[in-house]
Design a protein around this ligand. Structure first.
Ligand code: ATP
Ligand code: MG
Length: 446
């Protein structure tokens, strides 16, 4: 993309309404625009990151064997009467009527609807196990929408639902979700710690939240800091291997890590003092096992091998897709702007022409731009007629992890400069080497 033709409405001033750094940078970098409290338009740069995050979520869900579908945002109230949640949900639910006075709602989650799909089409144990998921907008009329996309009213969520014959099978589905979530967050450059949590209105007795440590997080967290060093890395996981999946879950949940809802001072006191940490965290996901809560209420049964009819065992599993943008920025920024991890960056590399209009630098930049694209990379070429300082400030603010700078002095020596946004370190090299380096970096972040 050529910046001169892009839509990047960068703000010079700090927006007064933004209280935390991710909100401030998302507004300043022209990623989002608020349309009403907690409701945002996703401007091109923000939309690009949102799509990258979605893609990682899809890939990791499907790697774990989960099947994508798409359910609507609007739901009939009657489905929610069956589970009893139409009345239980309260003012967080946005309720509306269509022209025939039929009661509808904008879905805050989809347990009822997916259970309805299941009961319509599945009736035999032979069709299990089954996990369906979608990435869809949700609406919750939060009392205090704030911090930009972190606590919106309309927000994008991945929500998945497992259907299994036995509790044992459903707990394997729970564990599979835990491992797939660990991999999902790691690919986004995040350390998200699974913490034992209390279950909210979704119900059930088995639940973990995934928290990204950040001083601006809304949850208070208590943990053994050795948990932050655990990594899944490039391990090949066989998601059907129950023992292997359980082993990984045990590895990631055996150290103390809890939110204030389940925190236990007595157990925490046993953590060696040097490792005992109290901090704050952002909830980026949650997994639940809730058994037959919805299947019993809504008559979602399956026939077993012995011909018995039993309610299907279920769980639900959510990732805050739009909240993740804020969480990633909270975890990765400096005083100049965002620092995107390679896995989610909106463009792979920024290309800065220090002397726009100079035939030598223009030609070198055009050559680099084409060469990067020929490698399948997505560069952002700042071809505007601006001072170098302004170009650097924009690149630093929008946070592309790599920048190639092209100027007449370097070109005389046959070099361009490759700069890491994270370390600020620059290295001179030929244009061809710079392209190879960038291609090699992203080969590790497909
Ligand atoms: P919270 O405790 O933050 O209100 P929740 O526990 O009610 O969230 P879940 O029902 O677990 O939310 O939804 C799954 C995920 O969706 C959460 O882990 C979070 O990342 C995200 N999420 C929930 N509410 C919002 C919101 N208002 N804005 C953005 N993301 C949200
Ligand atoms: Mg939650």
């Amino acid at each position: 993309m050529r910046l001169s033709r892009y839509f990047l409405p960068v703000l010079k001033e700090n927006p007064a309404e933004a209280q935390i750094v991710s909100h401030r940078y998302m507004l300043r970098a022209g990623m989002i625009k608020q349309q009403a409290a907690g409701i945002y338009s996703w401007l091109p740069l923000g939309y690009k990151v949102l799509r990258r995050i979605e893609r990682i979520v899809h890939e990791e869900q499907q790697r774990a064997g989960h099947i994508p579908l798409l359910m609507p945002t609007l739901q009939p109230a009657d489905l929610w009467r069956e589970s009893g949640r139409y009345d239980a949900y309260g003012p967080e639910m946005l309720r509306l009527k269509d022209r025939h006075e039929r009661e509808m709602l904008y879905g805050p989650t989809n347990e009822e609807m997916v259970t309805d799909i299941f009961r319509t089409h599945v009736s035999s144990y032979k069709d299990l196990p089954l996990t369906l998921y979608h990435i869809q907008w949700k609406f919750r009329d939060e009392t205090r929408p704030r911090f930009g996309v972190m606590r919106g009213r309309e927000f994008l969520m991945k929500d998945g639902y497992n259907f299994d014959l036995t509790k044992e099978d459903a707990l394997h589905a729970y564990n599979r979700h835990m491992v797939s979530y660990l991999r999902t967050y790691e690919r986004m450059g995040l350390t998200a710690i699974p913490m034992r949590a209390a279950s909210g209105p979704i119900g059930g007795d088995n639940t973990h939240e995934f928290l990204v440590l950040a001083s601006t997080g809304e949850s208070e967290v208590f943990f053994d800091d050795r948990v932050t060093a655990l990594k899944l890395g490039n391990r090949e996981v066989d998601y059907d291997d129950r023992a292997e999946v359980l082993g990984i879950c045990e590895e990631f949940t055996s150290l103390y890590a809890r939110t204030d809802e389940t925190h236990d001072e007595a157990v925490f006191a046993a953590v060696p003092e040097a490792h005992r940490k109290v901090g704050r965290g952002i909830e980026v996901g949650q997994i639940f096992y809730f058994g037959t809560k919805y299947s019993e209420a809504m008559g979602a049964n399956v026939v077993t091998a012995d011909g018995a009819r039993v309610p299907v065992e279920m769980g639900s599993h959510g990732i805050g897709v739009s909240r993740l943008l804020g969480a990633i920025i909270e975890a990765s920024h400096d005083d100049k702007g965002i620092i995107w991890p390679e896995g989610v960056t909106p463009f792979h590399v920024g290309l800065v022409n220090l002397k726009q209009g100079d035939s030598g630098t223009d030609a070198a930049c055009e050559g680099l731009y084409k060469a990067l694209k020929a490698c399948g990379l997505d560069p952002l070429y700042d071809d505007r007629d601006e001072r170098a300082g302004a170009k650097f400030a924009t690149m630093d603010l929008i946070g592309l992890p790599w920048r190639i700078t092209v100027g007449p002095r370097g070109l005389d020596k046959g070099v361009v400069e490759l700069t890491s946004r994270r370390t600020g370190e620059s290295e001179e090299m030929s244009a061809a080497t710079a392209v190879e380096r960038i291609a090699a970096i992203y080969a590790a972040h497909p």
